[in-house]
Design a protein around this ligand. Structure first.
Ligand code: CO8
Length: 303
C-alpha cells in the first residue's frame, strides 16, 4: 500500500490531480477488510504523515516532514487527503485531529516545488485546488492542534479545520508577500472573516506574523495552551468529547456552523431550522431526550 499512497509521478498535471487519485485507494478501506479498532493505525503506509487512533473514535493525522518543517508538498497533500478520506469513511473514527510537530504545524506550501511553476501550468492543472478538499469532502469534525510555525499554506490549512487550538507561542502568518505572491488557499478570505478586513489586510500586505495568543484573542483559535503537552491533551480531550456524541447530530452541527460562513443571517437561520427539524427524524434525538428525562446516559445508535 505504501507505494500507492506516496504519490510521486513525474508530470505536474498528474501530481495535482490528488483528489481523483485518492478515491480508488481510499475505497480499499472497506468495512470488511479492516478490524474494528485501531484500524487506521498504519504508520508504515505513509512517508510524509503519520496516522493513529490515540483515543476511541479519534483519528489523528500528524504531518511528518521534519527536515522541511512540514512544508506542504504535493505528495504530502496527496497523503493527507487520502488519510482524511479514509478516516471520514471509517465506521469507527468519529473525530479527526490534525497536527504537526512541536516546532512546526507547517511552514507553508513547498516553496522549492512552486518556484519553477508557470502561470499556464498552475492554471490548467488547477494547482492547489484539491488541497482545500478537506473543507468540502470531509463531513466529520477536524480539530487543528497548532504548535510552532503555521505560515502561508500552513496557516491556511489550520484555518480550513473546524476547530483551531494552538500553543500561545505558535507562529501564524501569511508571509507570501515576501515571496512576491499572495495567499492561495483561502487565507485572505478566512482570515478576513476571522479577524476583520483591516487586520487581515495588514497581515497579508506586510507578511507580519501573529502569535498563538493573538490568534486566540482575535478569535482565530478557540483556545490556546501554555505548552505542547497541554495543547495535545486539550485537543485530544475535545476530540474525544465530540466522538462521544451522536454521529448524526455532530455532522449536522458541523454543517450548520459551516453554512454560516457562506449565507447571510436570514438564510442561515432558515437553513439551521430546517436541519434542526430534520433531526426529529433521527433515532438519536429520541434517545438523547429520553435519556435526559430518565437521568440516564444516552447510548447513541448513530441513526
Ligand atoms: N517550503 C520549502 N522548504 C521550506 C519551507 C517551505 N515553505 N519552509 C522551510 N523550509 C525548509 C528550509 O528550506 C530548510 O531546508 P534546508 O535545511 O534544506 O535548507 C528547512 O526547511 C529548515 O528551515 P530553516 O533553516 O529556514 O529554519 P529556521 O528555523 O531558520 O526558519 C522559518 C523557520 C521562519 C519557518 C523559515 O523556514 C521560513 O521562513 N520558511 C518559509 C515560510 C514561508 O514563506 N511560507 C509561505 C510559503 S508560500 C505559501 O504557503 C503559499 C500558499 C499556497 C496555498 C497552500 C495550500 C495549502
Amino acid at each position: 500500500m505504501a507505494t500507492l499512497l506516496v504519490h510521486t509521478p513525474n508530470t505536474l498535471s498528474s501530481k495535482m490531480n490528488t483528489f481523483r487519485a485518492m478515491r480508488p485507494i481510499a475505497s480499499r478501506f472497506s468495512k470488511q477488510t479492516l478490524p474494528a479498532y485501531r484500524s487506521y493505525s498504519a504508520p508504515a503506509s505513509y512517508e510524509f504523515i503519520e496516522t493513529s487512533e490515540p483515543r476511541p473514535g479519534v483519528g489523528q493525522i500528524t504531518l511528518n516532514r521534519p527536515k522541511a518543517l512540514n512544508a506542504l508538498s504535493t505528495p504530502l497533500i496527496t497523503e493527507l487527503n487520502t488519510a482524511l478520506l479514509s478516516f471520514d469513511r471509517s465506521p469507527t473514527i468519529r473525530t479527526i485531529l490534525l497536527t504537526g510537530s512541536q516546532k512546526a504545524f507547517a511552514a507553508g506550501a513547498d516553496i522549492k516545488e512552486m518556484a519553477p511553476l508557470t502561470f499556464s501550468e498552475a492554471y490548467t492543472t488547477s494547482f492547489i485546488e484539491s488541497w482545500s478538499s478537506l473543507t468540502t469532502a470531509i463531513k466529520k469534525p477536524i480539530i487543528a492542534a497548532v504548535s510552532g510555525h503555521a505560515l502561508g499554506g500552513g496557516c491556511e490549512l489550520a484555518l480550513m479545520c473546524d476547530i483551531l487550538y494552538c500553543t500561545e507561542t505558535a507562529n501564524f502568518g501569511q508571509p507570501e508577500i515576501k515571496l512576491g505572491t499572495i495567499p492561495g488557499a483561502g487565507g485572505s478570505q478566512r482570515l478576513s472573516r476571522a479577524v476583520g478586513k483591516s487586520r487581515a489586510m495588514e497581515l497579508v500586505l506586510t507578511g507580519k506574523g501573529f502569535s498563538g495568543r493573538e490568534a486566540y484573542e482575535w478569535g482565530v483559535a478557540a483556545r490556546c495552551f501554555g505548552s505542547w503537552e497541554e495543547l495535545m491533551e486539550g485537543s485530544l480531550k475535545t476530540a474525544e468529547t465530540i466522538a462521544g456524541y451522536s454521529k448524526v447530530a455532530v455532522m449536522a452541527g458541523k454543517e450548520v456552523v459551516n453554512k454560516s460562513q457562506d449565507l447571510g443571517i436570514r438564510d442561515g437561520v432558515e437553513f439551521e431550522r430546517r436541519v434542526f427539524h430534520s433531526l426529529f427524524g433521527s433515532e438519536d434525538q429520541k434517545i438523547g431526550m429520553k435519556a435526559f428525562a430518565e437521568k440516564k446516559k444516552a447510548e447513541w445508535t448513530d441513526k
